[in-house]
Design a protein around this ligand. Sequence first.
Ligand SMILES: [Ca+2]
Length: 271
Amino acid sequence: MPKRSSFVISHTFYCSLCLLLACVANAYDINYSPFQPEKTPHLYPMQRCKVVKTFINAENEKTTWVLHTPQAAGVVLVVNRTLEANTIRITNRQTGQQLLVPAKIEGWIIGDEAPEVSAALLNEDTKTDFVLQTNSGGCGLGGQRFFRLFILSVGNLYQAYSMWTYNAGSEDFVDLNKDGRAEMIHTAFVDAEAGKDGRTHNYWVFHLLRFTGAKAIPSDRLQPGFPCWIFFTFSANHHPTDQLTNRQKIKAWKARVDNDICADAEDWPAI
Ligand SMILES: [Ca+2]
């Protein structure tokens, strides 16, 4: 095991640090974004699904939210919170047919607030897809961990695909190569072995994902500079790090993810 300097901080400590620094909520930490501040990319259109009805059953502590969906989607979207599990389900608006096997929602649903859900065209077809996200970190600037559930159209049905990211927000969804399709900027927080300066450090790692069928897959080739490793320096930094060799990045990525982000993330390219 490589010896780690005291500078490498644990996720727990980092979250505590973020509580102290908390002032701005943003997708990918704005101080360490993979873009220069004046070159923030154009956002991909997302439509927030607002709550239209809330049903609260105090006796069994169940809350049900019915969310607005675009008319063209032709679906009813319902989130259930119970003592046992939180789930989301989708049915055909006309027939009531179940279109999604009820999918489990991880992360937190706090108080009477429904989780954030947005509609967008994410995969390659022209049917509406959905993204649900919940916070699970409770940290502030730069450190909030989020659960994301993608509900993707496949034929006439929907399939769910989940992952964890940091600092989730609508700014994560972009069209960097301007081809009319969405890319998502995924954020990971990785520590690696000693770099060029002989010390160990933490890094934000940004990947581009694109949605194909029922999955999100890495698509870094669409934009030079991805995946992007940004040295966490306790002050704003937007420059790819030169601390690590390609071999060290590959090693650090595989060691760090280990099914932490999603089932496929260990195989995402590190360089
Ligand atoms: Ca779709």
